[in-house]
Design a protein around this ligand. Structure first.
Ligand SMILES: *Cc1c(COP(=O)(O)O)cnc(C)c1O
Length: 374
């Protein structure tokens, strides 16, 4: 957590709940994915915001995230999508009642060995239907079942992950993955295991009805991202509201005369007499240097383009029009880096575009700064 700065992240838990409810219209078993500190929105706070909504299962990444969640008093079932990585993780499955997605035969054998000492345990199984990161391939199910039989391990969930549900041209790939998953789940059912099956992420569930199986895993739309923004499917994600706003203070306002350059490398030279505001935020606050001469901020409801390089703790923006139009900017005013009031609010997608990344990364990185909840 970054703790030396003036950047403030403001989270609106009502919008998290709103986004959860929208998604719940698709299915009554929606698993909020709150890995990586809830995509920068706060693990504990996001859990507390959603628990009263009747969540059946939360999903995190590593087992230690699940342990942390238990530590703050979460009583709901927790799925650790990445499964145990070391002996401490394996023990934690029993100690903290964690449902782990097991994705490899060696991992399965370690957990089975621990079950011999610790007793029975519910587990999830992760299937690789095309992502080629983690998971059992269809041809590996027999071997997995040999380990499971008589071990005390009880598969109660099967999961797989879609590689390109948010790419409108990839319909065939997605449907192929779903078909593979259905046949693997069918195989488990035939072997006598009645599992809760889930393959849908945010984009999958919105665009592919067939992906809505036993439960859905909701990540980016919970935080107000629209996986289809800018595509022909944009309207599918229209109702989600961003829950994160980010501000930093204006430190000083001064003229930048025609012909004068600003910041490291003098990469920007004013082509007219102008006014700049120096804002107290930089790449040490995870506000990327890649935004140099590209990004925009919002001050008094009006856009202010970044001039010159983003520095470690400072970034200059052009406020010439603000001064001319009677929206005078002064030290102490807050500049919005994300969100803000009015029709020109900076959207997660826009900021990500200037930054050269996706809204997921913007949330994770900016969310490492001090947060306030409204
Ligand atoms: C992160 C993650 C999700 C959530 O995906 P979104 O695109 O954010 O909805 C779902 N499933 C798994 C396995 C994940 O790792």
């Amino acid at each position: 957590m970054i703790d030396y700065n003036k950047l403030r992240v403001r989270i609106n838990p009502d919008n998290l709940r709103h986004n959860y409810r929208i998604y719940r219209k698709l299915h009554d078993n929606v698993i909020p994915v709150i890995k990586s500190d809830a995509y920068g929105h706060g693990l504990a706070e996001t859990c507390r915001a959603l628990e009263p909504e009747g969540v059946i299962t939360f999903a995190v990444g590593f087992v230690n995230e699940a342990v942390k969640l238990r530590g703050i008093g979460c009583k709901t079932r927790i799925l650790a999508l990445l499964g145990p990585q070391d002996d401490a993780d394996v023990e934690a499955l029993w100690q903290h009642d964690v449902l782990a997605a097991i994705s490899h035969i060696d991992q399965l054998k370690k957990v089975a060995a621990a079950a011999a000492a610790n007793g029975p345990l519910d587990i999830g199984l992760k299937f690789d239907t095309g992502m080629r990161r983690l998971g059992f391939l269809p041809g590996e199910l027999d071997a997995a079942m040999e380990v499971i039989k008589g071990s005390g391990l009880n598969p109660v969930m099967a999961s797989s992950h879609l590689a390109s549900a948010d790419v409108p041209g990839h319909k065939d790939n997605v449907e192929g993955q779903i078909a593979t998953f259905e046949s693997m789940v069918g195989w488990l059912t035939a072997a006598g295991f009645d599992v809760e099956a889930n393959i849908a992420n945010s984009a999958g569930a919105l665009a592919f009805e067939r992906s809505r199986m036993g439960s859905l895993r909701q990540g980016i739309t919970l935080y107000g991202g629209n996986p289809f923004s800018g595509s022909e499917l944009e309207s599918l994600g229209r109702e989600f509201r961003p829950a994160m706003e980010v501000t930093a203070p204006v430190m000083q306002v001064h003229e930048l005369k025609k012909g004068e350059s600003i910041s490291y490398g003098w990469t920007f030279t004013a082509d007219r007499d102008s006014v700049v505001a120096v804002v107290g935020v930089g790449y040490a606050d995870n506000y990327s240097r890649g935004l140099s001469n590209t990004g925009e901020m919002l001050i008094h409801g009006k856009r202010a383009p970044i001039r010159g390089r983003v520095c470690m703790q400072m970034t200059a923006v052009d406020v010439t029009e603000h001064m001319r139009e009677g929206h005078a900017v002064g030290a102490g005013d807050r500049a919005f880096l994300l969100g803000g009031p009015g029709p020109d609010a900076i959207t997660p997608k826009e900021l990500a575009g200037w930054w050269g990344t996706i809204d997921y990364e913007v949330f994770c990185l900016l969310g490492m700064n001090p947060r306030e909840y409204i």
